[in-house]
Ligand binder design. Structure first.
Ligand SMILES: [Fe+2]
Ligand SMILES: [Fe+2]
Length: 405
């Protein structure tokens, strides 16, 4: 295995680190890069710095699934100041790489390389790879008169640094996409680098409180699945339904994540054929009505709820009911189900939506909005002389009764 080494504080790891590692892998035909976080004095670890354990965990979660990257904690275990020559010998001894390992250093270190411990020995044991960090010449690194054999990596410079990111986090400025998702979760969960507590109502999918991390994972999995299964148009409809559901949930004080989850997955069975829909819908224990058998498309809500529960382990009854009833409605719909019913009908990519309904979605209460959208849907069905499902009819009767009382 051909190895290269990339050291750093990784406090925190950021996309620039991974971008550089990737560039070296692609340009220089290494099989794997070992990321080696430097030891930092625990006395230094305060608000501004993360502990070694947290730095390692951030790294590990950021490279999950990428077999070309690995982490070695030798410098952290060694404690104190680590000399590159010691690390290099240690890595060669333990990993026994094919050929000389690469040693990636930034061109900002070139001018002081002479003052490192045993620079000649380093240069003889490793292929020194000089990566661009300073904006020197357009094609090469700032190598000056670096007297040792070396390879110039013509990487693109990303002008981000861990210290910048730490400052941004501490000041609560936007730093979200500078750090890989895994590390980001950890920073939020542990409030590293003095990340201020989120203000009330701050709701971004990924900013979940920790007990909802499972839900976030399910959402991402489902969103990928829906994008793969449905046409791009249908996927866009699903995503826009999810976004509107999110906004409506926020406005009505409901769980935004559940709204997004139900919205993104409500049409997950939309592309299935009749026999598949009937087979799945039957698993919810209900019977298949004559109308449903005739117009099997109506079953994609029921089938969707079955798929969510059985394949994706969704157990939340509100979410399952919202998906189940989004096609026909039902007399005992919960608030989330009403939100999904509405969002599905009036989301932004749907044409021919009465602008008055969209306006209501911004200013009226949920029940009035739901009634208006349902009324529109039913009058549309009537205009087409389409049979109205049992669920919808029961819903209409129930609503009439409520109005009378
Ligand atoms: Fe649907
Ligand atoms: Fe839909």
């Amino acid at each position: 295995v051909k190895l290269a080494i990339l050291g750093g504080s990784f406090d925190p790891v950021h996309v620039g680190h991974l971008f550089l590692a990737d560039a070296a892998l692609c340009a220089l035909a290494y099989d794997r890069i070992i990321l080696i976080p430097a030891f930092q004095s625990p006395f230094k670890a305060g608000v501004e710095n993360a502990t070694s354990r947290d730095r390692l965990e951030m790294l590990a979660s950021s490279i999950a699934g990428d077999p070309r990257l690995t982490i070695d904690d030798c410098e952290i275990r060694r404690e104190g100041v680590s000399y590159t020559i010691d690390t290099l010998k240690d890595i060669i001894e333990r990993y026994k790489p094919d050929g000389k390992p690469g040693l990636i250093i930034g061109d900002d270190l070139v001018s002081t390389f002479d003052q490192w411990h045993s620079p000649e020995e380093i240069a003889s044991l490793a292929d020194v790879i000089i990566a661009r960090r300073l904006s020197g010449t357009s094609e090469g690194c700032v190598t000056g008169n670096f007297p040792y054999p070396h390879i110039n990596l013509a990487n693109e410079i990303m002008s981000i640094s861990s210290s910048q990111i730490r400052e941004k986090i501490g000041r609560n400025e936007n730093w979200r996409y500078l750090v890989p998702a895994g590390a980001r979760h950890l920073i939020k969960e542990k409030r590293l680098y003095g990340l201020p507590a989120s203000p009330d109502g701050e709701t971004i999918l990924d900013d979940t409180v920790s007990d909802n991390i499972d839900l976030t994972g399910t959402i991402v999995r489902l969103e990928n699945e829906v994008r793969a299964i449905l046409s791009f148009e249908k996927f866009s409809h699903s995503r826009n339904t999810a976004l509107l559901a999110w906004d409506l949930c926020r406005r009505f004080g409901l769980d935004c994540q559940k709204g997004y989850l139900a919205g993104i997955s409500h049409d997950i069975c939309k592309a299935m054929d009749k026999s598949e829909l009937i087979r799945l819908a039957q698993k919810d224990g209900g019977s298949i009505s004559k109308l449903e058998r005739h117009k099997s498309g109506l079953l994609h809500g029921r089938a969707g709820a079955v798929v969510l529960a059985r394949k994706y382990g969704v157990t939340d009854k509100e979410v399952l009911d919202a998906v189940r009833y989004h096609t026909t409605g039902n007399w005992d719909m919960n608030a989330l189900a009403k939100v999904i019913y509405v969002a599905d009908k009036i989301e932004i990519s749907r044409h021919d939506v009465d602008p008055a309904l969209r306006k209501m979605s911004r200013n009226s209460d949920l029940d009035a909005l739901f009634r208006a959208v349902l009324k529109e849907a039913v009058s549309f069905l009537k205009s087409k002389q389409v049979d109205i499902s049992y669920g919808t009819r029961r819903l209409l009767v129930a609503m009439q009764k409520r109005n009378e009382s």
